[in-house]
Write a protein that binds this ligand. Structure first.
Ligand SMILES: *Cc1c(COP(=O)(O)O)cnc(C)c1O
Length: 949
């Protein structure tokens, strides 16, 4: 046996556990278990055609050699992406630290206070710099955040505007090209008419409900928008602004001139370019729109003892309850990147940010002055970091590229140069020398940055920011390292224990998969560099697309969507374009089974489709008769079915091929939600079940870490007839022949973290991937067998032969008779050192458990022991004594060591109910958080499907 094979490191159970586990589940072999799990007619006949698996060491060498094919030029391209400096203390202690990157979305607030605090910091940075009342804890990128802003302004139109169907949205031509493209794709299905033009010529007619501006403009010019905003206000036109976060240190905050929404990216707060992402976008608005904010907002509340505790406050589902439902489908966001950007502000503080922003500005002014001396005219009358020169673009480009420098060339006669944080005097000299050569003059060395200022007084910032203690305390490395550690210790991540989150697949994020994302040869590339500078990336992205085609059984893949929900939107938009190309643009009905994830209907509405919910049968499967009836009823307008497979009930439904056939017979396309792909890889695939398009969650099945709620990558894979419509990009051509407009800002989305999935597939190979799937199924069925076998729990739903797929639903509703709610069990698990499985999705009052293949038998046993022990505790609960160990969970160290103790059970029982805890105890930092707003649907933050029924 090759003991160095990566699959042995990735897959938890050992060779000699296998027999015991099979015995427990009652199967003779792994093959038999799989036979009993998967319907016969969808099983793959041959192995995946993938390159032989690499060892970890081989992969690292491979990645280094591919990275060497990327040319790392100095990029002054701008357009929303800037070189930045990741403080090493943040790189090492957050980005490269599994305590941070393997955390789950902070639904269990008691074991997530660290990242919740980091996210509140992020929100504070955004609110302060934008001058707005409220900011969320990140969106996917600036362009999609702009799309969310437009949707918000559309949904908060006045009654008259709605009555008169006011649907025009003005977009300044100063807005970044990729943002305009994403606005186009978002506007189309909502019937919003985009009018792109010069904001100085805008007529403020009553046909417009909103306007979108860029601050500073895309080529660097700073405009004073105060007049525009006040005129817009008079005409009842609401205004959103995309603002460069670093420029806001020097510029008047948009909140101060009265805008309604401010969006942007926080990439230049210490996040690597990564050839396009991931980076956290921000979204800030006024208090009055708080119910319409997309994504998540972290808020403060109290715990059971009255201590301050943080939690996710306004969750997206609330916006879907409103009549103008589905203003957003945001689920996974960019939490890890938001944590890093917030920490960058903690590290530098207001003085440090002021220093950095001032230096960037002076660098721009210095370059402008020197180039003017060489005879070039600089066209921006006011600017922060970007200057615009009149020059022969082709000539400049030739010399610049010879000097390994990239500028942006808006026309054949102009060159834009965006200076950034790392720019130093040497770099400035190189820029001057390039222009000197073009002008055939001698370059003079500059010895210091100029003191001149090109920010007009009228738009200069005059208000203070980041005055809170947290931004003025941790400026030495020792202090910041300890602050980061203090927060990390409050959070339970995969480096403590398994996180068995149904539908979220919290598997190993291997170190060898993660290492390359720290290499500057992968990190430091602007997404708009010429393709020949990104050869390493192009090789990886093409290979990953091919691997995913092979795994899904489809013809092509787009890596552009930044999350699963964005993949859903992309896939549905592609289906929409397909119908339109066949003269069937009236097809707009989307069938969605009632058990679907909340993002499905939200995305369908965003794609302009009408959601029709189909029923579940008694055993939890799709009610095929109901589905057939509805498909026939709507056959003239049927656009698509969205189906999750295996179902969100954790079952391989055997009627799936019949289901897809019914849809095709009635003119629809089949969209498969691929969040459960971990149960399919190597055994079956969406192609085999008859789907036409699926999204994958690379942050679930393909090993990208969850990051506490992002980053994510949600590529779509499509059948041949949909290939022409894969999404494009306005700057770097990509996508199909008849590409739909961009779904995300960057041509290949969050390219940097695609390296992780590429590593995962490359190191597992065909055999390892299949084995991973088999063990994911084995591990789930093992837990099912143990919990059921000892007669203590019932699981809901299983396949025809009694098997779960890769996850199962544990029914906790019977315990209500004892007064025990699902939350009590979830919180008591914390005392046992475990993160709760998914609570109340897809069935209220249940836990959905997905162990993944990465957990060992020992860990599965510990987890089962904990659940069985909790079951015993439930039995002990007596009706005369409601004050019990479950209701009081979780127990903090502080309460247990307090001199006062008058609970009706002892401290030991509270803290150490099982032996293993003496060796490895995790202490929650707060007691149960007051969940007054009680959220039934705790998976992600999206609307439960009932709201669409
Ligand atoms: C996670 C999930 C999604 C949404 O994916 P995000 O990346 O969070 O946007 C959609 N459907 C199902 C079934 C999921 O589990």
């Amino acid at each position: 046996m090759n003991t160095n094979s990566f699959s042995l490191r990735h897959i938890g159970p050992k060779e000699n556990d296998l027999q015991d586990m099979l015995k427990a589940v009652g199967a003779d072999s792994l093959d038999q278990l799989i036979y009993e799990t998967l319907p016969d007619d969808i099983r793959l006949k041959k192995d995946l055609d993938l390159a032989p698996a690499m060892s970890e060491n081989e992969y690292i060498t491979h990645s280094i050699s591919l990275a060497a094919k990327n040319k790392i030029f100095k990029s002054y391209i701008g357009l929303g992406y800037h070189e930045s400096i990741t403080p090493p203390v943040i790189q090492r202690n957050i980005l490269e630290n599994p305590g941070w990157y393997t955390a789950y979305t902070p639904y269990q607030a008691e074991i997530a206070q660290g990242r919740l605090e980091a996210l509140i910091n992020f929100q504070t940075v955004v609110a302060d710099l934008t001058g707005m009342e409220l900011a969320n804890a990140s969106l996917l990128d600036e362009a999609t955040a702009a799309g969310e802003a437009m949707s918000l302004l559309y949904s908060v139109r006045s009654r008259d505007q709605k009555k008169n169907e006011v649907n025009k949205f003005f977009v300044s031509e100063e807005v970044l090209p990729q943002t305009i493209d994403v606005l186009k794709s978002r506007a189309l299905p909502l019937d919003i008419e985009l009018v792109i033009g010069d904001h100085e010529k805008f007529d403020f007619s009553d046909k417009f409900f909103g306007a979108f501006l860029q601050y500073p403009g895309k080529l660097g010019q700073i405009f004073n928008y105060a007049d525009f905003v006040s005129k817009a206000k008079n005409a009842e036109i609401k205004v959103a602004v995309a603002a460069d976060i670093l420029s806001l240190v020097k510029l008047q905050a948009p909140g101060e001139f009265g805008v309604d929404v401010v969006v942007g990216t926080t990439q230049r707060f210490g996040i690597p370019l990564g050839y396009g992402g991931p980076h956290a976008a921000y979204f800030a608005t006024r208090e009055e729109y708080k119910r319409s904010i997309p994504g998540r907002i972290i808020g403060a509340t109290k715990d059971m003892d009255g201590n301050v505790a943080l939690r996710m406050a306004l969750q997206t589902r609330e916006q879907h309850i409103k009549r103008d439902k589905a203003t957003s489908n945001i689920c996974t966001a960019q939490v890890l990147l938001a944590v890093m950007a917030g920490m960058y502000a903690v590290y530098h503080g207001p003085k440090g940010l002021e220093f950095i922003a001032t230096k960037v500005h002076k660098s721009a002014v210095t370059v402008a002055e020197e180039l003017e001396k060489l005879g070039f005219s600089q066209l921006n009358s006011a600017y922060f970091d970007t200057i615009l020169l009149k020059a022969d673009a082709a000539k400049v480009k030739a010399v610049a590229e010879r000097n390994e420098v990239n500028f942006y060339y808006p026309s054949s006669e102009t060159v834009a140069i965006s200076l950034n944080e790392p720019t130093n005097l040497d770099n400035i000299h190189t820029v001057i020398a390039i222009f000197a050569e073009v002008a055939e003059k001698e370059a003079k060395k500059v010895s210091a940055l100029t003191e001149a200022n090109r920010i007009p007084e009228a738009v200069a910032r005059k208000t203070a920011f980041l005055q809170n203690e947290v931004f003025n305390s941790y400026h030495s490395e020792t202090e910041l390292m300890r602050y980061i550690k203090k927060l990390e210790r409050k959070d339970l991540s995969l480096n403590h224990s398994m996180i068995a989150l149904g539908s979220c697949t919290m598997k190993l994020n291997a170190a060898a998969e993660m290492l390359p994302i720290s290499y500057p040869q992968w990190g430091n590339i602007h997404p708009f560099v010429p393709l020949d500078q990104a050869e390493g990336y192009q090789i990886v992205l093409k290979r990953l697309e091919k691997q995913l085609n092979e795994i899904t059984g489809f013809a092509a893949t787009s890596l552009q969507p930044n999350s699963g929900a964005q993949g859903e939107l992309a896939g549905l938009m592609v289906i929409r374009a397909y119908h339109e190309s066949r003269g069937e643009s009236h097809r707009n009905v989307c069938l969605i089974p009632s058990s679907a994830h909340g993002t499905n209907p939200a995305s369908a509405v965003m794609a302009g489709m009408k959601v029709v919910v189909t029923k579940a049968s008694e055993n939890g499967n799709i009610d095929v008769d109901d589905l057939r009836e509805k498909a026939i009823k709507y056959k003239d307008n049927l656009a698509a079915l969205m189906v999750t497979y295996p179902s969100t009930h954790g079952v391989f439904e055997s009627a799936i091929k019949e289901v897809t056939q019914i849809i095709h017979n009635n003119g629809g396309q089949v969209y498969m939600d691929g969040a459960n792909m971990n149960a399919q890889v190597g055994l079956t695939n969406p192609g085999a079940i008859g789907a036409d398009v699926c999204h994958l969650n690379l942050h679930k099945t393909f090993a990208i870490p969850h990051g506490g709620g992002g980053p994510g990558v949600g590529p779509i894979c499509v059948a041949p007839q949909l290939v022409p419509f894969l999404p494009g990009n306005p700057v770097i051509p990509t996508g199909g022949q008849s590409a739909i407009p961009a779904i995300s800002a960057a041509p290949w989305g969050s390219a940097l973290v695609c390296l992780i999935s590429y590593a995962y597939i490359t190191m597992l190979g065909s055999e390892g991937l299949k084995k991973a799937t088999q063990y994911a199924i084995l591990n789930a069925n093992y837990i099912k067998a143990r919990l059921e076998g000892e007669g203590q729990y019932k699981t809901l739903y299983s396949g025809e032969r009694g098997r779960a797929a890769h996850e199962m639903i544990l029914d906790c509703r019977p315990f209500k008779a004892k007064g025990i709610e699902i939350t009590d069990i979830a919180k008591r698990l914390i005392d046992y050192g475990f993160h709760s499985p998914t609570v109340s999705f897809p069935v209220a009052g249940t836990l959905m458990i997905e162990p993944t293949e990465s957990e060992s038998k020992a860990e599965l046993d510990r987890f089962c022991d904990a659940l069985l022990s909790i079951k015993k505790e439930i039995e002990e609960v007596s009706e005369d004594e409601p004050n019990n160990v479950l209701k009081n969970a979780p127990h903090t160290l502080q309460m247990l060591t307090s001199d006062e103790w008058n609970l009706p059970y002892n401290r030991e029982k509270a803290a150490y109910p099982l032996e293993y805890l003496r060796d490895n105890k995790f202490w929650p930092s707060v007691r149960r958080v007051d969940d007054a707003y009680g959220d039934r649907n705790l998976i992600c933050t999206c609307a439960p499907i009932e709201e669409y029924m």
